[in-house]
Ligand binder design. Sequence first.
Ligand SMILES: [Zn+2]
Length: 314
Amino acid sequence: MNILTFDVEEWFHLLDFDATRTEEEWGKYEVRIYENVDRILDILERTNTKATFFIIGWIAKTYPDVVKKIAAKYQIGTHTMNHQLVWQQSQQEFRDDVESSVKLLQDITSLPVECFRAPGFSIRESEAWAFDILADLGIKYDCSIFPAHHAHGGMSSYGAPVPSLIKHNDVTMKEFPVTTKTVMGKKIIFSGGGYFRLVPYPLLKSWSAECANGFRNHMVPRIWHDKKGNMMIGNDGLPVTREVGYLLSYIHPRDLDGGQPMLEGLPMKRKFKSYVGTKGAAEKLRKYLKDFKFTDIKTAAENICWEKVPIVEL
Ligand SMILES: [Zn+2]
């Protein structure tokens, strides 16, 4: 089961960089969201791929036509209103922020918003309260877990990077964590963001195949069923003949934008991380989507037998 997601934000929405941290600064930068979203929609169209788009409320508020265009064909979710890390907010601030983004996206699209991704995968064990708030706001699927230690968050106790039910208080949340791979003792997200740009394509392809096939990286039990209870691989109707895997990829519009300006004042390491590989990334994604068949959260969720997935108690 391969799932493709996009975090819809502008090229300057970098975390950990004070000069672009709040809304006050965002209005003064060049607008690139139109061409960057069009580039993605074109690639999806040409490769006949479904995907889920997590949109920042600020983008929706400022460019509602971009959101309408995406929502006409693809599933949308929220990436919060103002792109702040969860653990930097109080519970009330987090609730207000997410609630306003859900309302806004629903108003613009007339569609339910059922998916959420926290900026920087910033829900840790200590922010389990976020699931109570998300469930209360109508979120059914969360995609905020990085199942290992991570710069902005990470949940090492999550277990294998596979869909699970997170239980906290009376809430049960369906979780789609990001795919990780252990390279030289360190867990990395090779199928998204900077690593997607940096990793040479043959390696990206081979690591993705390992996860998609359930080999080596993590073995997933035979948990995939259709609605009638028949065991399936994804939604392509093949009966399960071996262990099947899980691959979740996440890309930002700016990851594919080779012509974006460079933010001034970024430390050397961040500069490299933020801009390496942006020139060839659109072509890389096109190739990736031809080699692997991806779908969106909605379709994936319908094809999982949730009674049989692991349970993560927080
Ligand atoms: Zn983000």
